[in-house]
Design a binder for this molecule. Structure first.
Ligand SMILES: Cc1cc2nc3c(=O)[nH]c(=O)nc-3n(C[C@H](O)[C@H](O)[C@H](O)COP(=O)(O)OP(=O)(O)OC[C@H]3O[C@@H](n4cnc5c(N)ncnc54)[C@H](O)[C@@H]3O)c2cc1C
Length: 213
């Protein structure tokens, strides 16, 4: 088990910088680290050194920059329903729990799409779409977050009819490992200009960047 004791100085300095950035929404409390040390798999837990709860893309960006400055690993954390050990902090570092970023930012009935923050749960999104004529059909069997589902390219029993996250994500905002922010894809479904970066990040399991929305 990773107890997260290596690189103590970097972690302490990072904790101080993160306190300035997100206040009380960063913690080194063991109980919170334990909670974020595993998903729903049978793999042994691995604790992150710190856990943060960002509330905006700017905070995600700032946290990633702190981790880059101190050489600490980042583990984005959705609902922690992963079955394959995705969220285990094998190298310690900073776990970023995305669930306080859970707003529906826009629903367009005419265009049949919506923009959401990554930490919204799939059932909360379905509820928010009630009575709009739209719905979100992808059901991997867990109340996962949309960011986690995009990152695992989630499917489920409805996939044959409605597709997986690969077919349903039009575009992403991604914070890269050095804190740069990129936007992939477009809401215009007929566009095919350039590299299909959305498909690169869908299913990347948090390895290529953090998706705030
Ligand atoms: C009972 C059960 C049945 C399941 N059945 C299916 C199935 O039939 N088909 C299927 O496809 N899946 C299935 N799954 C897996 C499910 O799809 C995933 O567990 C889920 O999509 C993960 O979402 P999460 O929010 O819990 O993410 P987490 O488990 O928290 O994270 C999963 C991965 O995504 C990364 N991540 C999370 N949020 C972000 C973000 N905002 N930005 C970047 N990376 C991020 C994490 O670092 C991690 O690598 C099942 C799971 C359960 C528990």
């Amino acid at each position: 088990m990773n107890t997260g004791i290596q690189n103590r100085t970097a972690i302490d300095v990072a904790l101080g910088e993160l306190r300035v950035l997100v206040g009380e929404r960063v913690t080194a409390a063991v109980v919170v680290r334990e909670h974020h040390s595993h998903g729903e798999s049978t793999h042994p837990p691995a604790l992150p050194d710190l856990v943060c709860f960002p509330q905006s893309s700017e905070e995600v960006c700032g946290i990633v920059k702190v981790s880059a400055r101190h050489g600490l690993a980042i583990v984005p954390f959705g609902a922690g329903t992963s079955l394959e050990g995705h969220v285990h902090a094998l190298r310690g570092g900073i776990c970023m729990d995305m669930r306080q970023m859970n707003r529906v930012l826009r629903v367009s009935v005419e265009d049949m799409d919506a923009t959401v923050e990554a930490g919204i749960g799939r059932l909360a999104l379905a509820k928010a779409l009630e009575n709009t004529g739209l719905t979100f059909f992808i059901d991997p069997g867990a109340d996962a977050t949309i960011g986690g589902m995009a990152s695992t390219r989630a499917s489920g029993t409805t996939a044959v009819r409605y597709g997986t996250m690969r077919e349903n994500v039009l575009g992403l905002t991604v914070v890269l490992a050095d804190g740069r922010v990129i936007r992939t894809g477009t809401r215009a479904r007929k566009s095919s200009a350039g590299y299909d970066l959305t498909r690169l990040f869908v299913g990347a399991e948090g390895t290529l960047g953090v998706k705030p929305k």
